[in-house]
Write a protein that binds this ligand. Structure first.
Ligand code: G3P
Length: 223
């Protein structure tokens, strides 16, 4: 399973990259706004900075909601760097745009996916990635991980090549559950990635090892 970081924060991207396990980045208009990035020039410059930081794919979302605008915007985004993936919302014109981007050899990430039916449509259109929002489904008292399992089953039975990118992940447990359910990729905030490191027995065990080593060394030197 690949790890993407879901942020537009350059420091967080750098920290995840330094871990050596980062495969890509996803962003959305809300994440860009959170970093205070606005206006076409500033947004495109920021995408370029992110693309220069990572070798893997970087999802950049279109703002247009009709076909012509999405295609124009997607083509411009794809010009920024070779690792740009155009993120397209799961709406009627979005599906048409994904078909068009396929013809243009531009990778796509179909976003705002909340059902297996939507997942089938995106795969038929030829989306590179599919982003089911598991956290937001859980927020509504439904089961986000169950959706990942259902999409995994459909894609396996049908042999669809679209990769399942579990999105809207808020904690480390959802990463583990997504892995079990068959997600190809998880995209998550830095906190959820770093949360995977945490176990109190690891910290306690390490302290014991270090203390024992110190004691044995002190004995050896007679101190
Ligand atoms: O990748 C989609 C993600 O950014 C949405 O996350 O936490 O806003 O539901 P969230």
């Amino acid at each position: 399973m690949k790890f993407f970081i879901d942020t537009a924060n350059l420091d967080h991207i750098l920290e995840a990259r330094e871990l050596g396990i980062l495969d890509g980045v996803t962003t959305n208009p809300s994440l860009m706004a959170k970093e205070g990035i606005s206006g076409k020039q500033q947004i495109y410059t920021h995408y370029k900075k992110i693309c220069d930081l990572v070798e893997g794919d970087v999802s950049a979302e279109v703002i247009s909601t009709e076909f012509e605008g999405m295609v124009k915007e997607g083509r411009e985004l794809a010009e920024i760097a070779p690792n740009i993936v155009v993120k397209v919302p799961m709406i009627k014109d979005g599906i048409k745009a994904i078909v068009e981007f396929n013809k243009l050899n531009i990778k796509t990430n179909c976003t705002l996916v909340f059902s297996a039916g939507q997942a089938i449509l995106a795969a038929k259109a030829g989306a590179t990635y599919l982003s089911p929002f598991i956290g937001r489904i859980d927020d509504t008292n439904w089961d986000g991980i169950q959706l990942i399992s259902e999409i995994y089953e459909v894609y396996s039975v049908q042999g669809y090549e679209t990769e399942i990118l579990a999105a809207s992940i808020r904690n480390s447990r959802q990463i583990v559950e997504s892995a079990k359910a068959g997600a190809d990729i998880v995209t998550c905030p830095l906190s959820a990635i770093l949360g995977l490191l945490k176990h109190p027995l690891t910290d306690i065990g390490l302290q014991i090892f270090l203390d024992d080593h110190k004691k044995a060394s002190a004995k050896l030197t007679g101190q």
